[in-house]
Design a binder for this molecule. Structure first.
Ligand code: SF4
Length: 311
């Protein structure tokens, strides 16, 4: 999922608004001016939560520091996501599995693979995932949104993001929205992953306001295994995720202010090293990341090909 502007309803359709402050006026600053909202996507917030230094390298330092080489797993994920997006863009009577090879070929990103052999194996596997996946779909179903940008404001955030897919499905009191996120990585996913995903919760929060319809269910569709991990949010659980996102935004704004007030940027945005450093775009320039063993750009794809059902 990749991820724009405004709480258009101010109140959740069909029920209690997930957070009490959403409909309240923005807080006022010193000169009676509204405080600046923190403009963000879920991935921007996630970058800071994972490692403040990585956030600084990605979003603060300008010119931006050089990144490492492209990752094959990002190429594979982008190719599959775009193929599915384009599948919904073709007429219903052409939405059949035989259309997928041309769609995938047209969107295929070649960067990061070990060699042509691995790239061809990844293409074949991705095509078989897609064929299996669309077989589970009703071609006549038209999602409410495909790679759709949704946005909402809170007292702290101007949140935007792009959901892979937003479905409309029948609920007890009428149609409800469902956030669908495609996954192409190695690991199987479970309901805890869907429940814990801040990004999915924020998309649900924003979609509910953009479309003025309840949006509580979030789903991770793992294409390699054809499994779906789902979670039904409540207004309270969405509010908790928004609170967490706001706290992260406050931390980021405080770090930025401290740099503006003269603090060293290294202290304001500390490193948070861990196994994730091996997959970090900035490992080569980061004083702590350089100590972590690096991963080859194709390593994750190699593992995915080894661990998931074959074509
Ligand atoms: S290498 Fe590790 S510590 Fe350094 S920026 Fe990346 S994630 Fe943070």
């Amino acid at each position: 999922m990749r991820r724009s502007p405004a709480d258009r309803s101010g109140r959740a359709a069909g029920g209690t608004p997930p957070r009490p402050r959403a409909g309240q006026p923005e807080q006022l600053g010193f000169a009676g001016m509204p405080e600046r909202l923190f403009v963000c996507t879920p991935s921007k917030l996630g970058a800071y939560a994972d490692c403040p230094r990585r956030y600084r390298y990605s979003y603060v330092d300008r010119p931006a520091p050089p990144k490492g080489p492209p990752w094959a797993h990002n190429s594979l994920g982008a190719s599959v996501h775009t193929a599915l997006k384009n599948w919904y863009a073709i007429p219903v009577d052409r939405r059949h599995p035989q259309a997928l090879a041309a769609l995938l070929k047209g969107t295929w990103v070649r960067d990061g693979y070990r060699d042509d052999e691995q790239e061809r194996a990844a293409f074949r596997r991705a095509l078989s995932w897609l064929e299996g996946y669309v077989d589970t779909l009703d071609p006549a179903d038209e999602p409410v949104g495909v790679e759709r940008t949704v946005a909402a404001k809170t007292a702290v955030l101007a949140l935007n993001g792009r959901a892979d897919r937003i479905d409309s499905r029948p609920g007890p009191d009428g149609p409800e929205l469902v956030i669908v996120d495609y996954k192409t990585g190695r690991a199987g996913l479970d309901a805890d992953d869907a429940r814990g995903s801040q990004a999915l919760a924020l998309y649900a929060y924003a979609a509910e306001r953009v479309f003025r319809r309840p949006c509580r269910r979030v789903e991770l569709h793992h294409l390699p295994t054809g499994t779906v991990a789902a979670h039904e949010h409540t207004p309270e659980s969405l509010a908790r995720q928004v609170d967490r996102a706001e706290q992260t935004a406050r931390d980021i704004m405080a770090a930025e202010r401290s740099v503006a007030d003269g603090a060293g940027p290294d202290a304001a945005f500390p490193t948070l090293p861990g196994t994730h450093c091996g997959w970090c775009d900035f490992r080569r320039i980061c004083p702590d990341g350089a100590r972590a063993p690096g991963q080859e750009p194709w390593a994750a794809v190699e593992r995915t090909l080894a661990a998931t059902p074959r074509d």
